[in-house]
Design a binder for this molecule. Structure first.
Ligand code: ADP
Ligand code: MG
Length: 631
């Protein structure tokens, strides 16, 4: 008996779902095939789950050992029925799972959706789970019985704002001894999905490698398997064609692109396992999720266990695929996944292989590697922070924009172009290559033809806080601590303005005067080694955080409050004018000039002066004074 006394209950969709459905229902998008891939994938997940749960509770299989997915078109009723003998859903699960969006990818999809037009293109490319069925159906009935449960429930919706849930009739319940049956009342324009050959085509395209049989049932009730259902990773490489890999990738990763790299191998020995991994060409939607979860699926002897085993380090989470172990126990718990020495060994083996494969691509197929780096470089850089063991390998894999041309360069390229006496690899972290290129801190390097890495990913501010070196050369920030280019020759000797500089005493007097005017707005004022053209710049102390990191953290209210160091170009006219004002006893000019030097250093760093109106007032006053003197 059902507690609800047999009546249907109405429920509202979560707002996001209603939004999504609205998009589906009014979709004029022509590539609707994806709905079937989504429903088959859900059925396959449900079959995986019941198979896994039945290891501990064999009674869940009682009376119905068969694990399969069936597709049954009915041309007269204009319905397509997709059923599975999987784990099923109880009443609450029907309400929760088919009334809300849980998966982060879907949320990201909706968030990224700025207008409906753009959305229609994305639906097909992205897939949006169960709700994709509303692209082809105007009414959907889901009958489901949780494995082992005495009763079955029906979920019905015609899209719109809500759905109904009711206990299944005897007839409906009889059709679903375990698992889920989904009846789609197809829209007229989706009538092609009543044709067996169409269904077969879609299955072969998207779901051929689903491990369970997908059967097409004809009007006489006869079932015929239409997918290959083979564990491709168990076959030997020589038997597998490139297009098989592409298909397997698409079905395993739920993706539409081509894999950029495919790793297929078997490990035999103390532990045996088969591996099929793919590096995608386009970033998966969940790449930016804060959870940083990998999605490599763990199987044990062809039985799916979990995609939550973190088989690869987080910075390789873009890699998709399958690891199928011969030795692990089937009843692996979460704790065992964490600590099992065999899993630990598999993990380390996989990371080594994936990085090895990336290295091979980087040397043998630079074009492919360039695409991989463009898509996943910012993620791989997280490893520079986290994976001490592989840091130097990852640095060698990294590609950087630099002051040397427009292309990306490796550190190997960089080191090959070192200038005489150059012992360090210089970099500058900031918000965009173009802006960095005009940063005054590059001036002294530029005057010597010294190449500088321009780091513009947010993660760059973090991994550079750790000591990094390549080929024995430490990486050194141009906006932190002291730099000494003294031993590196200038490209053009004439640029050495040393002769025009003030005497050491005058210099010291200027520095002191500026520091006195600025007070605790800066931690220190000093003469700069970095500047040749600009008057001033801001840098961080050698012990503190680099400027860009401090800026990022300040935005999140995690700033240290440390004040920057103001560096002055002693050869610059403005600085010399300040010196002259000091000797002439015009303290107001000295203080105004000191403030201007500080404010313009902020502006050159892409920031706003702390008091923009005071800055404008001071600047205007100067210009007016200058114009008057000129009259
Ligand atoms: P996702 O598969 O990414 O979780 P979906 O929208 O495809 O998102 O499905 C939502 C949820 O509904 C699934 O996570 C699952 O819990 C449940 N579900 C959908 N189809 C089935 C099914 N055939 N059998 C059991 N549960 C299902
Ligand atoms: Mg799904």
């Amino acid at each position: 008996m059902n507690g609800d006394g047999g009546s249907a209950q109405a429920h509202q969709f979560q707002a996001e779902v209603a939004e999504l459905l609205n998009l589906m229902v009014h979709s004029v998008y022509s590539e609707t095939d994806v709905f079937l891939r989504e429903l088959i994938s859900n059925a396959s997940d449900a079959l995986d789950k019941v198979r896994y749960e039945s290891i501990a509770k064999p009674e869940l299989m009682a009376g119905n050992e068969k694990l399969a997915i069936q597709l049954k078109p009915d041309a007269v009723a204009k319905t397509l029925t997709i059923s599975d003998s999987g784990i099923g859903m109880d009443r609450q699960e029907l309400i929760d799972n088919l009334g809300t969006v849980a998966r982060s990818g879907t949320k990201a999809f909706l968030k990224g959706l700025n207008d409906a037009k753009e959305g229609l293109g994305l639906i097909g490319q992205f897939g949006v789970g169960f709700y994709a069925a509303f692209m082809v159906a105007d009414r959907i009935e889901v009958t489901s019985r949780r494995a082992g449960a005495p009763d079955a429930w029906v979920w019905i919706s015609s899209g719109g704002a809500g759905f109904e849930v009711a206990p299944a009739s005897d007839e409906q319940a009889g059709r679903v001894p375990r698992g889920t049956e989904i009846v789609l009342h197809l829209k007229d324009e989706a009538a092609k999905y009543l044709q067996p050959f169409e269904l077969e085509r879609v299955v072969r395209t998207y779901s051929d490698h689903i491990l369970f049989p997908i059967e097409l049932v004809d009007d006489k009730g006869e079932a015929r398997q239409v997918n290959a259902a083979s564990a491709l990773w168990q076959r030997s490489k020589s038997e597998v064609k490139p297009e098989d890999y592409t298909q397997a990738y698409r079905s395993i990763a739920m993706a539409f692109d081509e894999p950029a790299l495919t790793l297929h191998y078997k490990v035999e020995g103390r532990q045996s396992y088969a591996v099929l991994l793919f590096v995608p060409t386009t970033p998966p939607f969940d790449l930016a999720d804060p959870g940083r979860k990998g999605r490599v699926k763990l199987y044990v002897r062809r039985v799916y266990i979990t995609d939550d085993a973190d088989l690869l380090p987080a910075y390789l989470r873009f890699v998709r695929g399958v690891v199928d172990s011969e030795d692990l126990p089937l009843n692996l718990s979460r704790e065992m996944l964490q600590n099992n020495p065999q899993v630990v060994q598999i993990r380390s083996g996989l990371a080594t292989r994936v990085i090895g494969e990336l290295e091979t691509a980087a040397t043998k197929d630079a074009d492919t590697y360039a695409k991989i780096w463009a898509a996943f470089g910012p993620v791989m850089k997280e490893g520079l922070y986290e994976d001490q063991e592989r840091r130097s390998q990852l640095l060698a894999l990294a590609r950087f924009a630099t002051t040397n041309g427009d292309g990306l360069r490796s550190l190997k390229d960089y080191v090959a172009g070192l200038k005489p006496n150059q012992t360090e690899i210089y970099y500058l972290v900031g918000e965009g290559v173009e802006r960095l290129k005009s940063n005054p801190k590059l001036e002294a390097a530029r005057a010597r033809g010294v190449e500088v890495l321009l780091l513009t990913d947010p993660i760059d501010a973090f991994w550079t806080t750790l000591p990094q070196e390549f080929d024995g050369k430490p990486l050194k920030s141009l906006s932190q601590g002291d730099v000494d280019f003294g031993l590196i020759p200038l490209l053009d000797k004439a640029e050495d303005k040393a002769g025009q500089k003030a005497t050491a005493e005058d210099e010291q007097a200027i520095v002191t005067a500026v520091k006195e005017s600025l007070g605790d707005k800066v931690s220190e004022v000093r003469a700069s080694q970095r500047l040749t053209e600009s008057a001033s710049c801001l840098v961080a102390s050698a012990q503190g955080r680099d400027r860009e990191l401090e800026r990022l953290l300040t935005r999140q209210d995690r700033g240290s409050g440390a004040k920057p160091i103001l560096e002055l170009n002693m050869g610059h006219d403005l600085v010399r004018a300040l010196g002259a004002a000091r000797t002439a006893g015009r303290p107001e000019d000295v203080s105004d000039l000191a403030c201007l030097l500080l404010d313009q250093a902020y502006i050159l760093d892409g920031e706003v002066p702390s008091d923009p109106s005071a800055f404008a007032r001071r600047l205007n006053a100067f210009v007016v004074r200058g114009l008057r003197t000129g009259q």
